[in-house]
Design a protein around this ligand. Sequence first.
Ligand code: FE2
Length: 204
Amino acid sequence: MQYEVEPLFAEPIFRADLSHAITPAQVIYIKNLAMAQNQTNLISEDRYIFEREELASIKTAVEEALEVYRSEVMGIEQRLYVTQSWSLINQPRVGMHGHSHSNSIVSGSLYYCDLPQPSSPMVFDRHREYRMLEINPSAGKRNIFNTNMNAIVPKTGELLLFASGLQHYVEANTATQPRYSIAFNAFIRGKIGDYRDVSELTLQ
Ligand SMILES: [Fe+2]
């Protein structure tokens, strides 16, 4: 029997190197931000760090990447802009619980300085809802169509962009050094819906 299996839909993860936009002084500046305890890791007290002038070049590079994501990945006319932005530290043995980002369309992570080795992956979950039936592929039979998870090992200087509704977690940091990153949410500005269908909505 001859057969073909074609993908109907796919979930994107956008990866770009932004190391050109990050200076050593900015790395020190971000590492020294006042931090608060998150569930197990640390999160900056300031949850709008991209509003700081010292981080302007990083914000601009993120905005440029969001612009590419908007036009080339989403293919939409509206504009994407960063809402909240914060820094994170995962100390050795600390990961990040599974979560998704509410009130956001696109979220991102930026690995702004040297990652510890081995670098713990970010793991994305295919399922966004309660699963009454869990029917999982056998070991060795996992593929893009049936896998429940996909892990991304970030690189130093790398930006990841993904749909905010995607569940994700970070595996525990198995290195002896802390794992630093920045995260942010983005939303759209502009008109969505349709005037004649009375579904129109203008997002300022
Ligand atoms: Fe997240």
